[in-house]
Write a protein that binds this ligand. Structure first.
Ligand SMILES: [Zn+2]
Length: 569
C-alpha cells in the first residue's frame, strides 16, 4: 500500500522495536507469520509483493461495493460505526472540530459523518474507484487519490488524523506514524482502529483467525501499538478494546469472503433457516480490534529523567546518595535531580543547601515535614522530564539498577516499570533486619498480605507493588490528582496509574532493607491502617482516562501538569 516493498526478502528486524530475535509462528493464507521476541509484534515475513497486493485492492475490495443495495446497507453500518468513533474522539479530543485527515478513507463513510459533525475533512485513498465514490459523497471535503504517503503534505495542518483499519496494511508502521506526526498540528490527536492479536476472537480462533489475510501485513496488540506510538513521538496514549456497529448480513458476507471453518458454515446455515436474521438491527459489538488515541508530542532532543528525592532527617546517607546520583551517567538521557527537603532537624537541610546552585539540582525547601507523599507530590509539580523516578534518600536501593529500569521506558516498551525486590536472583531477600528475625517475619507477612490484597482488588499479578523504584513516563500522570501525604502515597500513585490503564512491568532490583534502628520511618500500626483505608477508597474510584484527557484539552492546560489536591493539614 505505501512504502517500499521487501518482496521475497524476509525482514531481519522487527518493524516496531528493531529487535532481531524474530521467530516463525505458523503459516496463514500462504504466508509466514512471525513474532518478534523482544516486543511481541506479529507480522508477515516476507511481505507479499506489490503485485499480489494490487490484485487484492481492486474495485470490489470494499465489502458490498459490488451493487447498490449492498452499498446502502454497508454504508449505514459504516456510518453508524463512524458516529461511534466520532463520539469517542470527542471524549478524548474535546468538542472543538477543526481540520481532519483520514488516511485510507475508502468510500468516504467516515468523512461524510465527520463533515456532518462540523469537521473540515480531507481523505487520502489508494483505490481509484473508492476515491471517486468518496469525492461524490462529500460536500466540501477533499479526497486525494494515490499511495497513502503523506510525505509531500505541508507540516502541522491537521487537528485530527483518523486511521481506521489501515495501519495493519502498511509496510513500515513507524515511518507511516512519523508522516502522520509531521502533518498534525502540535498537540493534535491521532485515532487508530486496527485488528488486535490479543482480542478474544484471535485467542479463540488462533491460526484460523479471520484477520489473517494477505493484505494484513502487521498484527498489533495493545502493547505493541502503544510502543509504536511512543517511538513515533506520541504521548497520552490510550488503547481500548475496539467497538464496531455490525449486522448479521455484513458479518455473514465477511466470513463468505474470508472463510473460517465452522463459523462460515454456521452463519450460512443460520441465514437459511432464519431468513429474518439478516434483517436484524445493527448492533454495537466488541469486534476483534483495538482503538488507540494519542496526542502529538514535541520530542526533547535529548530525553530527560527527573529523579525526585524526598528527604527528611537522613544526614548519614543523603550526601553519599547525592554524590552517587551526580556521578551516575545514563546513556542518551539527561538527568534533573529534584530534592525536596522537609526541614530536617539533624543537619540534612544544611547538607541539601550545598547543592542549591548545582546545575543538575533543583532544591525545594518545605517549611515543615508533611510526609513522604507530600514531598513527592511537591517534587512532581516541578518535574519537567520525559520520565520520572522516585529515589529515597536512604541507601536501601542500588543506583546501578537505573539502567535496566529505564531501558524499558526509553525504548517505548512500557510506560510504567516497577523495580521488584523479589527479583528471583535471591528469594526472600526482601527484609532481613539483623538480629530481629521476629520483626522481619512481621514485615514480610505484611508485605504478602498487602500484595495479595492489591492483586485481588485490582486484577494484577504483581510481586512487589510497594517498591520505592517506580519509574514511569511523566505523561502517565496527566490529569491525575493526588492527595495522600505519607507512605499511602505509594499506593495512591500505583493504583491510580493502574486505574488509568497502565500495566506495570516488574524488573528485578537489588535491595538492602534497613531496620528501625537505622532510621526506617514506617510506623507499624498507623501506616498499615492508612494503607487499608487508601486501598478501600481507591477500589471504588472511577478513573476514565478518556474523560481526563478530554477535560485537559477543553481547559487548554499543559498536558503533563500534575494536579495536586490541597494538602491535608
Ligand atoms: Zn519487536
Amino acid at each position: 500500500m505505501s512504502h517500499q516493498s521487501n518482496e521475497g526478502h524476509p525482514a531481519k528486524m522487527c518493524h516496531v522495536c528493531q529487535g532481531t530475535r524474530i521467530y516463525y509462528l505458523f503459516s496463514a493464507c500462504g504466508h509466514r507469520v512471525v513474532r518478534c521476541d523482544d516486543c511481541g509484534l506479529v507480522f508477515l515475513n516476507p511481505q507479499p509483493s506489490d503485485d499480489a497486493l494490487a490484485r487484492i485492492y481492486d474495485a470490489n475490495y470494499f465489502l458490498g461495493s459490488d451493487n447498490k443495495a449492498g452499498r446502502n446497507t454497508v454504508g449505514k453500518i459504516k456510518q453508524a460505526t463512524a458516529r461511534l468513533y466520532l463520539s469517542e474522539i470527542r471524549r478524548y479530543h474535546g468538542s472543538a472540530a477543526g481540520r481532519l485527515l483520514e488516511v485510507g478513507c475508502g468510500e468516504g463513510d467516515f468523512l461524510v459523518s465527520a463533515e456532518a459533525d462540523g469537521w473540515r475533512v480531507t481523505g487520502v485513498e489508494y483505490s481509484p474507484a473508492a476515491c471517486k465514490t468518496a469525492k461524490q459523497r462529500l460536500q466540501n471535503g477533499k479526497v486525494l487519490c494515490g499511495e497513502l504517503q503523506l510525505a509531500g503534505m505541508a507540516a502541522e495542518q491537521f487537528d485530527l488524523c483518523v486511521v481506521s483499519d489501515v495501519i495493519e496494511h502498511v509496510r513500515s508502521p513507524l515511518g507511516f506514524l512519523r508522516e502522520i506526526h509531521h502533518v498534525l498540528k502540535p498537540g493534535g490527536t491521532l485515532f487508530i482502529a486496527t485488528p488486535s492479536i490479543d482480542s478474544w476472537s484471535a485467542r479463540i480462533m488462533r491460526q484460523k483467525w479471520m484477520e489473517f489475510k494477505t493484505e494484513h501485513l502487521i498484527y498489533f496488540d495493545r502493547q505493541t501499538l502503544q510502543t509504536a506510538l511512543f517511538k513515533s513521538d506520541f504521548h497520552n496514549v490510550i488503547v481500548q478494546p475496539g467497538w464496531k456497529i455490525l449486522n448479521f448480513d455484513y458479518v455473514k458476507k465477511h466470513f463468505e469472503r474470508y472463510p473460517v471453518p465452522v463459523i462460515t458454515s454456521t452463519l450460512k446455515f443460520a441465514a437459511r433457516i432464519l431468513p429474518r436474521a439478516t434483517q436484524l438491527r445493527h448492533r454495537r459489538i466488541v469486534a476483534s480490534g483495538i482503538m488507540a488515541f494519542a496526542q502529538k508530542a514535541e520530542p526533547h532532543p535529548q530525553p530527560v529523567l527527573s529523579v525526585i528525592v524526598p528527604v527528611y532527617n537522613e544526614a548519614k546517607t543523603f550526601g553519599i546518595l547525592m554524590d552517587a546520583l551526580l556521578r551516575k551517567e545514563l546513556t542518551g538521557l539527561r538527568m534533573e535531580i529534584i530534592v525536596v527537603e522537609s526541614n530536617s532537624t539533624d543537619g540534612t537541610r544544611e547538607a541539601a543547601l550545598k547543592y542549591k546552585d548545582h546545575p543538575k539540582v533543583k532544591l525545594i525547601l518545605e517549611e515543615q515535614p508533611r510526609g513522604k507523599g507530600h514531598a513527592v507530590r511537591t517534587g512532581l509539580k516541578t518535574a519537567t522530564g520525559d520520565f520520572v523516578l522516585i529515589q529515597d534518600a536512604d541507601l536501601e536501593y542500588d543506583l546501578e539498577d537505573y539502567d535496566a529500569l529505564l531501558e524499558h521506558l526509553v525504548t517505548g516498551r512500557s510506560a510504567f516499570v516497577l523495580g521488584s525486590r523479589h527479583g528471583g536472583r535471591k528469594m526472600m531477600k526482601m527484609r532481613q533486619f539483623t538480629g530481629q528475625r521476629g520483626l522481619s517475619l512481621i514485615f514480610n507477612s505484611g508485605h504478602w498480605f498487602f500484595t495479595t490484597l492489591v492483586n485481588l482488588l485490582f486484577s494484577q499479578r504483581l510481586r512487589d507493588p510497594f517498591t520505592m523504584f517506580k519509574v514511569f513516563r511523566r505523561d502517565c500522570l496527566a490529569g491525575l490528582e493526588f492527595e495522600c501525604n505519607r507512605f499511602d502515597f505509594d499506593f495512591e500513585l500505583l493504583i491510580k496509574l493502574i486505574l488509568k490503564g497502565y500495566c506495570p512491568v516488574e524488573l528485578p532490583v537489588n535491595y538492602r532493607s534497613r531496620s528501625f534502628k537505622e532510621g526506617k520511618k514506617v510506623r507499624m500500626f498507623r501506616d498499615p491502617l492508612s494503607w487499608l483505608r487508601a486501598l478501600v477508597r481507591l477500589r471504588w474510584m472511577k478513573i476514565d482516562p478518556m474523560d481526563i484527557i478530554g477535560r485537559m484539552h477543553e481547559t487548554g492546560k499543559e498536558s503533563c501538569s500534575v494536579k495536586t489536591a490541597s494538602p491535608k493539614p
